[in-house]
Ligand binder design. Structure first.
Ligand code: DSN
Length: 429
């Protein structure tokens, strides 16, 4: 049975009580919503490039009693007593991040990606200083100096973009802009760019103008961890990442840097931007990193790329335009302009068919961000559930059928049944 506001089955009280024994007793309404969200995640083909399925082990750590504790400061130097265990937890997370990524110094306390990025601005810059970063409309991130973000209001951010023909990062223009504007910091990284980044080229430009090089690897950190993407760590002064995207952990973040920047970064995160760390998340990050150190994580990371490529090839065969013509990471950016359909209505139709995506701007988009001309697709979530190339080719076929039908309701219903059946064969963690 569905409620008027939820397309997902309203779970029986007994099922809610089994999943959430304490919560269902005190707040059955909320417990029921959480069970419905479990259903949504289980029944849908989730293709949002920044999402994933954290393991049961990660989720257990997230909800552990260590959340009850305050721990302002760093291991061995806190402002509260009672840190005997949490110090060990945080040191474990740091040691595992160092082992996985090879960084000199690691801070696991940022509450999420935006504060992690902001901490780097705070560590190295004064308000008004110049930064060179990728523009949002070409695949950058809000915190890379968008006017809507504090980073675009407090700092003088010059934006670079893509080459007009190839839609690849245009390193020659980045160098020209760097020589012209002499930025104190250069940011590499993206949230919607389907190719690898030449970190050595960025390092050379940063060195030429004496800039700090920051890499935001939030989207592809899992690929770096699994050896399916080059690592920025040997090149960058500082690397930031969230922990919940391709890395498949809880919603948190990590900042890594060269040894000489350690004190500045730590001071910027606490007390510069934050109070106490979220200890349950720190524990869950430690679990995530241990999972990422295992050989099967490399298999997952390689499969993320293979699956995104299979999806891209399928879409190209169906006549879709892709930004850069394909992918070599975990995401595909579809330019819908030649198909005569906008991103937002297509994303809504796909969701009804059981395919969860997000509408996205494409480079040089004439349409506003609220209804842009692109669709962003990512492979990590369904790769975690065991989808391989054949399933990703089916996804391309479904998207083509829906677009070619003009978002026909009957076609959407048929495909919803097919996506549902496929999901039933691939249990979620
Ligand atoms: N908003 C995230 C994404 O979806 O890419 C980035 O922070």
């Amino acid at each position: 049975m569905n409620s008027p506001t939820s397309p997902f089955p309203i779970p029986a009280q007994a099922a809610v009580a089994e999943s959430f024994p304490a919560l269902s007793a005190t707040d059955p309404q909320l417990a029921s919503l959480l069970v419905q969200e479990e259903s949504r995640q289980r029944l849908k083909v989730r293709l949002i490039a920044s999402e994933n399925y954290a393991s049961g082990a990660v989720r257990e750590a997230c909800s552990s009693v260590i959340t009850n504790q305050y721990s302002e400061g760093y291991p061995g130097s806190r402002y509260y007593e009672g840190q005997q265990i949490v110090d060990q937890v945080e040191r474990l997370a740091i040691a595992r991040a160092k082992a996985l990524f090879g960084a000199d110094h690691v801070n696991v306390q940022p509450h999420s990606g935006s504060p992690a990025n902001l901490s780097v601005y705070l560590a190295f810059l004064k308000p008004g200083d110049t930064v060179l970063a990728m523009q949002l409309a070409h695949g950058g991130h809000l915190t890379h100096g968008s006017k809507a973000s504090i980073t675009g209001k407090y700092w003088n951010v010059i934006h670079y973009g893509l080459d007009a023909q190839s839609k690849l990062i245009d390193y020659a223009t980045i160098r020209e802009l760097a020589l012209q504007h002499k930025p104190k910091m250069i940011i590499a990284g993206h949230s919607a760019y389907p190719r690898q980044i030449d970190f050595a080229a960025f390092r050379a430009i940063a060195d030429e103008v004496g800039a700090i090089l920051m890499v935001d690897m939030a989207h592809f950190a899992g690929l770096v961890a699994g050896g399916a993407h080059p690592s920025p760590v040997p090149y960058a002064d500082v690397v930031t990442t969230t922990t919940h995207k391709s890395l498949r952990g809880p919603r948190g973040a990590i900042v890594m840097c060269r040894a000489e920047h350690a004190a500045k970064i730590d001071k910027a995160i606490f007390p510069g931007l934050q109070g106490g760390p979220h200890n349950a998340i720190t524990a869950a990050i430690a679990v995530t990193l241990q999972e990422a150190l295992r050989p099967e994580f490399a298999t997952y990371a390689g499969q993320c790329v293979a699956n995104a490529r299979a999806l891209a090839h399928g879409l190209l065969e169906h006549g879709f335009d892709l930004v850069t013509g394909g992918t070599d990471n975990h995401l595909v950016l579809v330019d819908l302009r030649r198909k005569g359909i906008a991103g937002k209505p297509l994303a809504a139709a796909l969701d009804r068919a059981g395919l969860v995506t997000n509408y996205n701007a494409v480079p040089w988009d004439e349409q506003p961000p609220q209804n842009p001309s692109g669709l962003r697709l990512g492979s990590p979530s369904m790769t975690t559930r065991g989808f391989r190339e054949a399933e990703f080719r089916r996804i391309a076929d479904w998207i083509a059928r829906i677009v070619d039908s003009g978002l026909n309701g009957k076609v959407i219903e048929e495909i919803a049944e097919e996506t549902h059946q496929l999901c039933a064969c691939f249990p979620m963690p």
